[in-house]
Design a protein around this ligand. Structure first.
Ligand SMILES: CC(C)(COP(=O)(O)OP(=O)(O)OC[C@H]1O[C@@H](n2cnc3c(N)ncnc32)[C@H](O)[C@@H]1OP(=O)(O)O)[C@@H](O)C(=O)NCCC(=O)NCCS
Length: 561
């Protein structure tokens, strides 16, 4: 068991189409939360990470069934409307994530919640997480991290600080002390479920054998927990830490609710009351895991959360090397270098077609003569006597935003256009026009178009024709062409897709994230840089003046592949 949320809870997300709503829906789903539906007025009919979106909570409830919890990700001034709507529809637990919700709105939500016998966590909360079962809100950041940081076990966690919610549970996991449920009650002066109500829930939960509480100065939450202990309404061991020891009366300590007025809510009062009631009050949160272990009589267990860091790339054991699970000696002779790169980056072995396209991308950028800034930089370093590795590294360092960097920027542009096509039901042309107009207004430029030398870049044409032949040219290639056409219309001159733009579109179609865009250019260009550095060292005099254009090609004439 756990409190408030587990894997069976049906969760609604209000504000699901917004920035946070989308991101946190992904986190929640990947962690195992049963996210059943979302609501954003006017956006009914869409889907977010496979979750159906409805216009109202009532409609969502009628069409997809009742919800146990609603995670609210709507902006602060609209929280009241969203919360009241959910309560009216019958939702019995709300998790109000936004900060700066007006206090009067919270009081109104509390009034209706009482009337409907419902509860709410927050506002200004990271939410609730029951390790291994479900998360509602923002705890953990990513599902992978949440899985790694929070181990299931017998200690409940209740905290008034968002950061300390995760930190406390993380340190406990590291020491082998798992958690039943982790609750961030929120840092505002008026919150829904506060420490005492959470203690009463933990009291009823058979899985919870002890509770760790991060309290703060201000409000009377911790004093009320002391009352509960004395009234025997909370009987499990409580380990408490109170933040704000150094805060002066009248000074807000980080959170809105953390303020001492007179002697009310002071550090001393809280510590005294909790100790009188029999709680273990510690001076440092780092004392909590060890104390919890002693109280529970548990031995230090080895958990996956320890100081060892993780890598999922290559496992090396005596006489055995596996890259993403494949024995490297089995890959040798079977996988091309391009396929091995895909395997390393994406974790899966690609089809021969995908391997061939990546290979072509790498060949397309292997060298572009002596004038690109990275080559001039590498040759300059080589001419001063730098070692091969230093001169090549100097060249790589010159690959940046304006040289090679267009791949990443181009990918972002095409992905944004694809996002708008989906969210606004636009065609490629309309999405491209919309983005180009915005770029024009902000003085930006579309990355991956036009070239100082080529009017028809042979590499672009070949990459696209190969992608078509291999059946790998998709939506992002069409978007790139739409942007190219839009640029010509708006500027009156041809700004054709250059090799960076072509690579950007293909990498998007292959499902790579933009952060890896420049990696392909860097990997492709290293052999070119090595060749230039070697040539510089073997053919040229040291410390020569390197003119960026005054050179002549004297290699072989035209040859056929
Ligand atoms: C709530 C919050 C997360 C929203 O931020 P956001 O996702 O960037 O905001 P957005 O404007 O992109 O999205 C809000 C969505 O709610 C929708 N919305 C508005 N009213 C709504 C309602 N009554 N019901 C459902 N959705 C509603 C909006 O239409 C919008 O969706 P859209 O962009 O598709 O139109 C943000 O305002 C916030 O408070 N952040 C701080 C959170 C925090 O730190 N909490 C404390 C942790 S310690």
């Amino acid at each position: 068991m756990a409190i408030l949320i587990d894997q069976t809870s049906r969760v609604l997300v209000q504000g699901i189409t917004g920035r946070e709503g989308q991101a946190r829906t992904k986190l929640m789903k990947e962690y195992g939360t049963n996210v059943a539906a979302g609501v954003t007025p006017g956006k009914g009919g869409q889907e977010v990470h496979g979750v159906p979106v409805f216009n109202t909570v009532r409609e969502a409830w009628e069409k997809s069934g009742p919800f146990d919890v609603s995670a609210v990700f709507v902006p602060a001034h609209l929280v009241k409307d969203g919360a009241l709507e959910a309560l009216e529809a019958g939702v019995k637990l709300l998790v109000l994530v936004p900060d700066r919700v007006p206090i009067w709105d919270v009081l109104e939500i509390a009034r209706l919640a009482r009337e409907k016998e419902a509860r709410f966590v927050g506002p200004n909360t990271l939410g609730v997480l029951s390790p291994g079962k479900a998360v509602c809100g923002m705890i953990g950041g990513t599902a992978e991290r949440a899985r790694e940081w929070f181990q299931a076990g017998p200690v409940g966690v209740s905290s008034r600080s968002g950061g300390m919610t995760s930190a406390l549970a993380y340190y406990m996991s590291r020491e082998g002390v798992g958690q039943s449920t982790i609750v961030h009650v929120g840092g505002d002066a008026v919150v829904g479920l506060s420490h005492p109500e959470i203690m009463e829930l933990f009291e009823k939960d058979p899985e919870t054998r002890a509770v760790a509480m991060f309290g703060e100065i201000g409000t009377s939450q911790e004093e009320r927990v002391a009352d509960l202990i004395e009234q025997k309404r909370f009987t499990k061991p409580l380990i408490a830490f109170i933040g704000g020891k150094a805060a002066k009366t009248g000074t807000r300590f980080s959170h809105a609710g953390a303020i001492v007025e007179g002697t009310r809510g002071s550090y001393e009062t809280k510590v005294k009351r909790l100790r009188e009631a029999g709680a273990h009050v510690v001076d440092s949160i780092f004392d909590i895991p060890g104390l919890a272990r002693r109280i529970l009589g548990a031995k230090k267990e080895k958990t996956s959360v320890d100081i060892r860091w993780k890598t999922a790339l290559t496992d090396v054991k005596p006489n055995k090397i596996s890259v993403r699970g494949y024995a490297v000696d089995a890959l040798m002779g079977e996988a091309t270098f391009a396929q091995a790169i895909y395997l390393l980056f994406k974790g899966e072995f690609p089809s021969p077609e995908v391997g061939k396209l990546i290979d072509a991308i790498l060949v397309s950028s292997i060298d572009h003569g002596a004038s690109p800034p990275s080559v001039l930089t590498a040759r300059t370093a080589a001419s001063t006597g730098s070692e091969l590795n230093a001169a090549v590294a100097a060249g790589v360092l010159a690959i940046s935003r304006w040289h090679g960097g267009a791949v990443e920027e181009g990918m972002r542009l095409f992905l944004e256009a694809a996002r708008r096509m989906e969210s606004k039901s636009l065609g490629e042309q309309a999405a491209a026009e919309e983005i180009l107009q915005e770029l024009k207004r902000s003085g930006g430029k579309a990355s991956g178009f036009g070239h100082r030398l080529h009017t028809r870049d042979p590499r672009t044409a070949r990459l696209f024709s190969l992608a078509e032949e291999l059946g790998l040219a998709g939506r992002h290639v069409r978007i790139a062409r739409a942007v190219e056409a839009g640029l010509e219309r708006s500027t009156g001159k041809a700004l054709p897709i250059n090799v960076d733009g072509a690579i950007a579109a293909l990498l998007c179609d292959l499902g790579f994230p933009p952060e890896l865009g420049n990696a392909f250019f860097i990997i492709a260009r290293v052999p070119g840089l090595v060749a230039h550095v070697h040539e510089e060292k073997t053919r040229m005099k040291p410390m020569r003046k390197i003119h960026p254009e005054n050179f002549e090609y004297d290699g072989p004439g035209k040859r056929e592949v």
